[in-house]
Design a protein. Structure first.
Length: 395
């Protein structure tokens, strides 16, 4: 068995260089031509076999170890966000988009993991699949990759994913966070069009006012969580966009509402969906209006395998001190399409807590000043490599 820490340290500067290169070319959604070109060129240099999916925007690599073992997949998302960067970094993005969620670090770390595992492929049984995924932010590239066979040929038996930055600014820098079950919420999208009848603002009696109707709906939807869901059951219904109207003296025909639903329990998820439409239907009918509702079930909840996560933690202890491995006892209401992979095969998703403060201030994910501490990247790579080698050789 090779020394994982030593091998990763040899590749540390290259991982940082990869991260900085990727940081300058953020791309959005399911269209990542520059990113894929960068990833595949680096895989070519290492010597790793790969093929693409999702119209050439996802990359699946394969590292073959000693024959006769199982297959573990490692997932890294690659897409950025439509945010104009304000970090002041020398290598900041200049194309109007930004890696404001750490995906540049995820992809760079997976390249580093791939390099070390490939160079030491005679040290483990089985296969390692590399899943470079588009569209995590939206619309969900994991589901498309699965549908196109990313977990087949060879069939994947387990999966690991990582998120960096910090979803909790109280988590000490340099630690990792793990969870032995449900870790992140399911996410759904609401889009509703309230269709009334416009009129002059001075003659409201001639209208069916969609602004008044929309206001009632927004307030009524808040009562679903506060009055219909058990207080100990986490759930969120948030209306995040209200759009309608043209001028101070015109009642419009239409108002649009958009929002998000977050749940941890599938029964609660289905119940909230049903109640949202019942409430919208009742209020619009009472006012003589109509509606169009698009309720989109997006990502399911992220649920880690308890047994796999226990093994993962034992491997992580070989890289970091036990006190630096923090168990999450309460899930977060953020969402991640890593959930699709974990629905298909057992595995774990963990957090590397490595936010970098700018001007002495912490900035969260999806902020124009978000950044990661590159000094911790080696740690994410080493933990994953140790877990992979241990799991493959033990199974």
């Amino acid at each position: 068995m090779f020394n994982v820490r030593d091998e990763v340290k040899k590749a540390e500067q290259e991982i940082i260089r990869w991260r900085r290169s990727l940081h300058q070319i953020p791309e959005i959604g399911l269209n990542l031509p520059q990113t894929v070109k960068f990833i595949t060129e680096e895989l070519d240099k290492i010597g790793i076999e790969y093929h693409t999916l999702v119209n050439g925007n996802a990359v699946v690599g394969i590292i073959k170890g000693i024959e006769g073992g199982k297959t573990i997949a490692l997932r890294a998302d690659m897409d950025g966000l439509p945010i104009r960067e304000e970090t002041g970094l020398e290598f900041k993005s200049t194309n109007g988009c930004m890696h404001a969620c750490g995906h540049d670090g995820h992809a760079a770390v997976l390249l580093g993991v791939a390099k070390v595992l490939y160079e030491n492929r005679d040290s483990f049984k089985g296969n390692v699949k590399l899943l470079f995924q588009p569209g995590e932010e939206y619309p969900g590239g994991a589901k498309l990759m699965i549908e196109q066979g990313a977990l087949d040929n060879p069939k994947v038996d387990a999966v690991i994913g990582m998120h960096m930055g910090s979803l909790n600014k109280e988590a000490p820098a340099g630690t990792i966070s793990v969870c032995y079950g449900t870790m992140m919420a399911a996410v759904d999208r609401i889009l509703v069009k309230i269709i009334g009848k416009g009129a002059h603002g001075a003659y409201p009696h001639q209208s069916i006012d969609p602004i008044v109707i929309a206001s009632e709906i927004v307030l009524a939807l808040q009562a679903i969580v506060s009055r219909e869901i058990m207080p100990v059951e986490p759930a969120v219904v948030s209306i995040t966009r209200v759009q309608g109207g043209f001028n101070q003296n015109i009642i419009p025909d239409v108002v649009e509402l958009e929002g998000t639903v977050r749940t941890l329990n599938e029964d609660t998820r289905q119940r909230i969906c049903k109640r949202i439409e019942e409430i919208i239907k009742g209020i619009t009918m009472a006012h003589g209006a109509t509606y169009e509702l698009d309720y989109e079930f997006c990502y399911p909840a992220v649920v880690n395998s308890e047994s796999f996560t226990k093994d993962f933690v034992e491997s992580a202890k070989k890289i970091v001190n036990e006190k630096d491995i923090i168990e999450m006892k309460v899930p977060v209401m953020g969402a991640e399409d890593m959930s699709y992979f974990l629905q298909k095969v057992p595995g774990t998703f963990f957090y590397l807590n490595n936010p970098r403060e700018i001007e002495g201030q912490f900035y969260p994910h999806h902020n124009p000043k978000f950044d990661i501490d590159e000094k911790e990247l080696w740690k994410g790579a080493a933990i994953v490599i140790q877990a992979v080698v241990d799991w493959l050789n033990q199974n």
